[in-house]
Design a protein around this ligand. Structure first.
Ligand code: RB5
Length: 150
């Protein structure tokens, strides 16, 4: 992936701090981050935040998106209901790498209340550093996955 990326982010109240940390890290690396929030601990609903970021991503000018909630689960499930979205919820750097290489994920989700064995910053960097596999078996599986939307 090229040096300067355009990334859309959203989160609920359970993911504010982790979203802020990831945004600061990515901007520090020279990437452009469009953060749709929320920026406060006031309760809001993760499906609404997933919809915001995914609709923005689908306009077409983004490299990928990031979603955060308390566990990453609700917001990733919500995102995966939206046509065209493949949102990964990686457990570690290995999973973040494979989410890109094998699954061609266009969103990656994190949980602000989860103790990860490796930092979300290192997971996002591994995701960025990994190329989508050109091998036909992986491309066929992604195509089959997307055909499930029909
Ligand atoms: C909000 O309390 C919490 O349920 C949400 O952030 C997320 O963890 C849901 O999957």
């Amino acid at each position: 992936m090229s040096a300067n990326l355009r990334i859309v982010m959203a989160n609920d109240h359970g993911g504010v701090e982790i979203a802020r940390e990831l945004k600061a890290y990515l901007e520090g690396k020279g990437h452009e981050v469009v953060w749709l929030g929320t920026e406060t601990e006031d309760s809001c609903d993760y499906p609404d935040q997933a919809k915001l970021a995914c609709r923005e991503y689908l306009k077409g000018s983004y490299d990928f998106g990031i979603l955060c909630c308390g566990t990453g689960i609700g917001i990733s499930i919500s995102a995966n209901k939206i046509k065209g979205i493949r949102c990964a919820l990686p457990q570690n750097c290995y999973a973040a790498e494979k989410a890109k290489e094998h699954n061609n994920a266009n969103f990656i989700a994190f949980g602000g209340r989860i103790d990860y064995p490796e930092s979300p910053v290192s997971m996002i960097q591994r995701f960025i550093d990994t190329e989508v596999s050109k091998e036909s078996r992986h491309q066929n599986r992604v195509a089959k996955m997307m055909a499930l939307e029909k």
